[in-house]
Design a protein around this ligand. Structure first.
Ligand SMILES: C[S@@+](CC[C@H](N)C(=O)[O-])C[C@H]1O[C@@H](n2cnc3c(N)ncnc32)[C@H](O)[C@@H]1O
Length: 283
């Protein structure tokens, strides 16, 4: 699992830096481009609405967002949908500081590792977007430990929820292995430099690990949507180059341009894809 120092490399760079190229709501995950004229902001709202519908939330639902980032889900559920009992957890100090300054009525935020989190009351539903990739490290995946790590995660979320709860899960998944050494090196560099300690699971490994706690109701793969999301992020980063360099550094701009370019290529070529799963709690 990524530890707090590794999470800091990925997310504590600077909240202002991320605001220069993410959407208005600061979602750092794949959006859904459902209509031909959808822009990045629309695509992110489509994604939030997708999980809102798929987890069948009402104003009275008590929900946890595991790995809540800068609050895309928290803001959508509380401000747009009127929920009043939403909990978000993140392991990033910088995200927690940002969230502490937001007005999300009815939301509670904690900076805590999910392994140490224990709710005082069970939830009706869970959502987790772009956090699953941090659960197993590349070394753990190579030594065959990832199924057990993922199963422990699913057991934990099971223990936090009520019978028949729905769980909306979104994660990058591994695709075909690059044949070109350069493509392999770019993916390895992005993991090492931008997401240390993280690895994209394979879909079949997730499917094996949900059992015996959750039943898979739906799986959607969204490879093209993550290519388009990454391209939109890259375009915005490049459009804001002068501000990034003035407020941070040329090296940071170069690293993120390289990483986002590698993402566009890897989703385009099918080295990575994106999965959205709807799970139902067993018992
Ligand atoms: C790629 S970001 C996605 C954020 C948000 N869900 C979104 O879609 O914008 C991954 C999030 O997972 C959180 N995270 C990673 N490992 C975690 C852990 N062990 N416990 C709690 N949060 C974790 C990070 O702090 C970060 O907020």
């Amino acid at each position: 699992m990524s530890n707090q120092a590794q999470i800091a490399v990925s997310y504590d760079v600077s909240n202002d830096f991320f605001s220069l190229w993410l959407d208005k709501r600061m979602n750092y995950s794949c959006g859904l481009f459902l209509n031909p004229d959808d822009n990045l902001d629309d695509a992110q709202v489509n994604k939030l609405q997708f999980f809102y519908e798929k987890t069948r939330l009402t104003r009275d639902s008590r929900v946890i967002d595991i790995g809540c980032g800068w609050g895309g889900v928290l803001g959508y559920l509380t401000r747009d949908k009127g929920l009043r009992d939403v909990v978000g957890i993140t392991l990033s100090r910088a995200q927690y500081d940002y969230l502490s300054q937001q007005d999300f009525p009815g939301a509670e935020v904690a900076c805590i590792n999910y392994e140490d989190y224990q709710p005082d009351r069970p939830f009706d539903a869970a959502i987790s977007i772009g956090m699953f990739e941090h659960l197993a490290s590349p070394e753990q995946a190579r030594s065959g430990e990832s199924v057990e790590i993922y199963r422990n995660y699913f057991r934990k979320v099971w223990s936090w929820t009520k019978s028949d709860s729905l769980f909306g899960l979104q994660t990058v998944i591994g695709g075909r292995i690059p044949r070109r050494g350069a493509a392999l090196r770019e993916l390895a560099w992005a993991t090492y430099a931008i997401f240390p300690g993280a690895i994209s699971p394979r879909l079949e490994v997730i499917a094996a690990a949900v059992s015996p706690h959750w039943e898979i109701l739906e799986v959607h793969t969204r490879r093209e949507h993550y290519r388009d999301t990454s391209q939109a992020w890259l375009d915005r980063l490049i459009a804001n180059r002068d501000r990034v360099v003035a407020e941070s550094s040329e090296a940071l701009f170069d690293d993120y341009r390289r990483y986002l370019s590698a993402c566009v290529r890897s989703f385009d070529e099918g080295y990575q894809s994106l999965a959205q799963l709807v799970l139902r709690r067993i018992q």
